[in-house]
Design a binder for this molecule. Sequence first.
Ligand code: SF4
Length: 442
Amino acid sequence: MALSGLDIYKLLPKTNCKECGFATCLAFAMQLAKKAVTIDKCPYLSKEAKKILEESSLPAIRLVAIGSQENKLEVGNETVLFRHEEKFHHPCGLGFIIDDSLDNTEIKNRLTQISKLEFERVGQKLNPNLIAIRQKGIAKRFLEVINLVLKNSVLNLVLISDDVSGLQQALEICKDKKPLIYHTGAENFTQVSQIARDAQCPLVVYSASLDKLSDLTAKLNKEGVTDLILDTGKKSISEKVWDLTQIRRAALKKSDRTLGYPVLTIVENKDPYQEVIEAATYITKYAGIVLIEGTRDWQALALLTLRQNIYTDPQKPLQIEPKVYPVGQTTDKSPLLVTTNFSLSYYTVLGEVEASKIPSYILSVDTEGMSVLTAWAAEKFTPEKISDSLSKSGAKDMVSHKRIIIPGYVAVISGDLEDRSGWQVIVGPKEAAGIPSFLKNL
Ligand code: SF4
């Protein structure tokens, strides 16, 4: 558990020697509590104090990486139970299970479909992260499918197998990709954990019981296997949410390091709607990785959109740069619409302007990421602010007509805005959906 500045101060030599670069030990302690400095700056720490400080600075939930390339997935290192307290830091990985019992044509079709699952929403790219290859038959077939996936996908890998020899051979092919190793068999688990440690790959620790999971991770840690992901196996949604919540609480509230790891969930439901509902539940609370079978684009879009929402900072709305954005082949006659710099507002307006096929400019006003009505109520989307944005953005050099279109919800400011800016103000539709017909009839 993180120590306060005063707790840290009690562990320091209190000589105020200044060698750390701070005037007093207390000042150093306060900076250490904020993680603005590292403990090695003080050369006079006792062994015991150093150990306590090192342990307290470890994350309550270990950050575990899967993959070695630029697109590696990092999960864990979460610090809160509720996102309004701070934010969730490392978005849950979404992956698809491919059984090696499927024929090659079916596997290639699924890989092609998975490669198309990329979406753009409020200026961010949304992608799945993993392909989990599950061994159902002999090792030879498992290896064939791994090669097929390696040829046809750049996503990170999860290798699910109860066959130790199959896993060993698989790692010879793909250990550079640092796949996540998942072996559910209990008898050979020690052997598999050593294989994972030697290949420096993360490992799933599986048990239906939290107590057993805790014992297993403690044992593995002693053996030097530290990059772990937990799974409590197949259970009902309510049991699974209970497990996920208890694991998170134990790590964050009880400082139980044996459960301080990200958790993986596998969703297997033949009903695609139920599959999405179940996966969405685990993304919300508190899965680090969710593996599903369905690869329909609407399933991925729903889950990736939810993940994006859960892992944004609720205290800092997604914002875009406040400026004028040309949409299409604009000229100096093109209409100029005004909105806020809240990403969702801007991208909603952008989508409708694009749908209208009428080249236009969109001026996004700096409202600190608030939407139109919220910004207006908070006096961030006022005639003064909009006039100021019109001048600073250079809008007058882009168009020759001096007319702007404001959202219908703030029609009330049109008169004042005209007086202040000197621009003619046209009141647009209240809802963005009305923009295409509005622009066509302008
Ligand atoms: S180097 Fe250590 S003992 Fe000296 S002032 Fe800094 S914290 Fe205190």
